[in-house]
Design a protein around this ligand. Structure first.
Ligand SMILES: [Zn+2]
Length: 377
């Protein structure tokens, strides 16, 4: 994200004269280049050599850039005016032409290669006795600004005059908040049958949710009942127990999702990541999590519950590509299957096999747009 900071420049009398003159020349040069472009001369490929102005070459370059952007805006305004005028002339109204922007306020721009922040001074080039000379100008920066300019990638500096004082507006790149930096962390959630859900946060914490074995026993119990009722052609009773099973499953998913959000809040999670799984039967995970008797268990529903409760809690939900999340070593990225309860990699990394998925989901940045699961519901 690009932000800007303004600092006041404390110039000596001589520096004030030089900078003031430079700003006036700068604006005049941009205006002249724009006028040339409007007259039909192409300035698009101009370099500092094509610009005849009493300015350091870094600023002549910047003049070309500014002039081109003013000219592009003018061209766009012309196209819009043409469209408008076509309508107006049809209605018998007067047509109005687009106006060329003429810069009036003295200022100049210097790109990040042209200036430098050194301590509390800013160094930049000016013209002196016919040649370019770098001057160091005193400023009064706050400690915050000093730290900011020291660490950040700087953009363009704009020098302007405001009520007689000369200010520098410096653009800098503010890095986007990523990973666990105290302000919040990521949580990866892996959904499965054996462990209904496993979470791993970027702070290293891991948690298991639900009871896969009990779910399985419950499903088996209902499956047996269903079979008996089907044989007896007991339609009403069949519908009743199907509803009951659905209710219980939903209830379990609600409990699990609630617990996940509680954990997320405790660990100041700001983003929850899940795999984009539409349906157990249609994913690459089938082989790992396959169990025909349980194929109707809906990862989709649980994911929806988690997403819904996360949004209520102000936590963002992102979906990542599910490919190989359970087989990739979180440490070195090598792929292999876990043979037993442990995932052991030749790089020396080892962990419980059920954590690997959540770990990789947590660190994955292979985002896939939205929850495709929506279509499969
Ligand atoms: Zn490894």
């Amino acid at each position: 994200m690009q932000l800007s900071e303004t600092v006041r420049l404390y110039l000596t009398k001589e520096q004030y004269m030089l900078v003031s003159e430079m700003m006036t020349t700068y604006i005049a040069t941009v205006n002249r280049l724009v006028a040339d472009a409007v007259d039909g001369r192409s300035i698009a490929k101009f370099t500092s050599k094509d610009v005849d102005a009493y300015l350091p070459s870094a600023l002549r370059n910047q003049c070309v850039r500014d002039a081109n952007s003013v000219f592009k805006k003018y061209q766009k305004a012309c196209r819009e005016a043409d469209r408008r005028n076509a309508r107006r002339s049809n209605l018998g109204k007067n047509v109005q032409q687009a106006a060329v922007t003429i810069l009036k306020r003295p200022c100049c721009y210097i790109n990040n290669q042209g200036f430098r922040v050194r301590g509390t001074d800013i160094e930049f080039p000016v013209m002196m006795d016919g040649r370019t000379k770098r001057i160091a100008v005193r400023t009064r920066m706050t400690e915050r600004q000093k730290a900011l300019f020291f660490g950040a990638k700087l953009g363009t500096m704009r020098i302007v005059r405001k009520n007689g004082t000369i200010m520098a507006q410096i653009v800098y790149e503010k890095p986007e908040q990523e990973a666990s930096d105290g302000e919040g962390c990521f949580m990866g959630i892996d959904l499965g049958i054996k462990c209904p859900a496993v979470s791993r946060c970027s702070d290293g914490s891991v948690k298991f949710y639900g009871n896969g074995r009990r779910n399985k026993a419950m499903r088996r119990h209902f499956a047996a009942k269903r079979k008996a009722l089907q044989k007896a052609k007991h339609q009403e009773a069949l519908a009743r127990i199907n509803n009951k099973e659905q209710r219980i499953m939903k209830d379990i998913d609600h409990k699990v999702s609630r617990e996940i959000i509680k954990t997320a809040e405790k660990h100041h999670v700001k983003v929850i990541k899940m795999e984009r799984l539409s349906n157990i039967r249609t994913t690459t995970r089938t082989s790992r999590k396959n169990n025909p008797s349980l194929h109707t268990w809906s990862f989709y529903r649980l994911a929806q519950y988690i997403e819904y409760k996360a949004r209520l809690a102000g936590i963002e939900v992102l979906y990542v590509n599910p490919a190989y999340t359970s087989q990739t070593c979180p440490n070195c990225g090598k792929r292999h299957h876990a043979d037993d309860r442990n995932f052991v990699c030749e790089c020396g990394f080892r962990t419980h096999r059920d954590i690997v998925g959540a770990w990789n989901i947590c660190s994955s940045t292979e985002y896939v747009g939205g929850s495709d699961a929506r279509h499969a519901a």
